[in-house]
Design a protein around this ligand. Sequence first.
Ligand code: SF4
Length: 245
Amino acid sequence: MNTLKVHSIESFGTHDGPGIRMVIFLQGCNLKCLYCHNPDTIKLQGGSEYEIDDLVKRAINMKPYFGKLGGVTISGGEPLLQSKALIPLFKALKAEDIHTNIDTNGSVFNASAQELIDHHADLLMIDVKNTDEAGYHQLTGGIGIDKVLKLVEHREATQKPFWLRYVLIPGHTDSDEQLNTLIERYSKFEYCDKIEIQPYHHLGIHKWEALGEEYQLKDVKENTPEQIERVKNLLTPYFKEVKIN
Ligand code: SF4
């Protein structure tokens, strides 16, 4: 398989991994998060087929902008659904000495995903969406929150770096109990270089409306600066770096 199903490409991304990055958003996700900013990436149909070679050429053209830190991030949608095609892409990028990163929801694991994670991804950003099964299901529609922790443990065992991401949703993911569980479960990993707290915002609402779907979190208020500060202070003693993204 030499093509990837792509939703869109951002040339100068600065929010999805280190440095300046070419961010490839893939089409299709196995979850349906209530707050998804890119709900049009969820359905498995659609998107455009891109040849791996074309994507590699684009990345090579971007190389002068990547600097020491930047590179290519695969986001989505859920990238690991297309792991098989990502392997040749990442091999080609590594041959050009381009840094590779995957932004995953942590719930997809199969032989291709394992090969990608173990051998080809310089960085993995894993989205810890919640800390209890019922809340995870309510927010994402998915089941099996333990898959996320298992993926984190797997990556740790490879002795390669990863970041965690956590969307802070007032009334849904910001209770003391949830944040303490987050610390208890996720702060012990040596190869976790950073946890990114992503404040909740309403930016995706119009996209849900454009799809003719109800945005179910419209009554949830965005975080106050005090709420964000509280979480930063709470997590800082336990993680190498806490970044508000
Ligand atoms: S995992 Fe990401 S792309 Fe998939 S529905 Fe959730 S937020 Fe959207």
